[in-house]
Design a protein around this ligand. Structure first.
Ligand SMILES: NC(=O)c1ccc[n+]([C@@H]2O[C@H](COP(=O)([O-])OP(=O)(O)OC[C@H]3O[C@@H](n4cnc5c(N)ncnc54)[C@H](OP(=O)(O)O)[C@@H]3O)[C@@H](O)[C@H]2O)c1
Length: 286
């Protein structure tokens, strides 16, 4: 599989990476299947695993950790905190390290910074960013990251305030149509050498019927890698097949694809672009 440099870190990752949010009971994925999938991914060139403290109350991290216990050296583990204060974030990090069965995470993300108020909390004195800087000094994390999927200008502003190492942002073909990270954020991040990881490739499964072109669209952007949320071995094998044989969509192919999917560019499908998506009940899903 093609590999690409990961920003300024000196690392390279395969273009397809593993979103581990859905390898949980709530998505009908047993622990046995989850462990089989993570091992299969590792055996087929995927080293990058994205999880978060909040995913199924730690079950996603625990399952990644059950493989990390044996194969940590091969893995790049990114996890997240949704704490906005230094104190909250530090507690989350300690919990993550236990669940992941490791003494450090490679990349620690400030989870889902969706508006300027959230960014202000994070960067204020006593905010979670201070926890990240401290944790890096202590060797508990290696790189500092952020995720966002709503308004690209929030992540542009974040880069003005702090030299993040990477950003995980929404880059599906549907994101092309509204508040586009591809248009507004990628040029800024690339000019600064920030590693960018794509997400929402399948638009929360709504692009599942178009998975091959959906993946080729995102992989064709100037990004380091993309995570896809996978919950079955079948999905993992299909996405691997596309990534191993990757060619970018041609101009005509891309236009045809946009014509086929533009009817899905609605608030009902693209819930991550709406403001009412960000309430406590929905948090678990992000
Ligand atoms: N703010 C954040 O930081 C944030 C937010 C959300 C997610 N994430 C991370 O990003 C990862 C990806 O999540 P996402 O929200 O971006 O979702 P996504 O990858 O756009 O969609 C994932 C869903 O697409 C479907 N799918 C995957 N491969 C497929 C294939 N080959 N064919 C057909 N359907 C396929 C599956 O749904 P069905 O089985 O239901 O069809 C799967 O659950 C997560 O695992 C998580 O690690 C981060």
């Amino acid at each position: 599989m093609e590999t690409r440099p990961f920003g300024r870190t000196g690392e390279r990752f395969s273009i397809l990476s593993f979103g581990a949010q859905r390898i949980v009971d709530a998505h009908q994925c047993s622990e046995e299947e989850a462990i089989r999938m993570v091992n299969y991914a590792l055996d087929h060139g995927i080293r990058y695993f994205d999880t978060a403290r909040v995913y199924s109350d730690g079950q996603s991290e625990e399952r990644v950790g059950k493989v990390a216990k044996h194969r940590r050296q091969e893995m790049w583990i990114a996890t997240k905190t949704r704490g906005r204060t230094r104190a909250e974030a530090m507690v989350h990090l300690e919990e993550s390290l236990v669940a992941l069965q490791t003494d450090h995470v490679d990349e620690w993300r400030m989870h889902n910074i969706w508006n300027m108020e959230e960014l202000d909390k994070l960067t204020a004195p006593g905010g979670a960013l201070e926890a990240a800087v401290l944790a890096r000094e202590q060797g508990k994390i290696r790189y500092i990251s952020m995720s966002g999927h709503r308004n690209p200008q929030v992540q542009v502003e974040a880069l003005r305030r702090f030299p993040f190492d990477s950003m995980l942002v929404a880059l599906s073909a549907l994101d092309h149509f509204i508040l586009s990270f591809a248009e507004e954020f990628l040029p800024v991040a690339n000019a600064q050498g920030i590693a960018v990881i794509g997400m929402k490739v399948m638009a929360l499964a709504k692009l599942g019927p178009y998975y091959e072109r959906a993946l080729r669209y995102t992989l064709g952007l100037p990004i380091s890698t993309t995570i896809v949320g996978m919950e079955s071995m079948d999905q993992l094998k299909r996405n691997l097949a596309v990534a191993e044989d990757f060619t970018p969509l041609g101009d005509v192919e891309k236009l045809e694809f946009f014509k086929e999917i533009v009817h899905l560019a609605t608030p009902e499908v693209m819930r991550w672009k709406t403001t009412d998506y960000f309430n406590p009940v929905e948090w678990e899903k992000r």
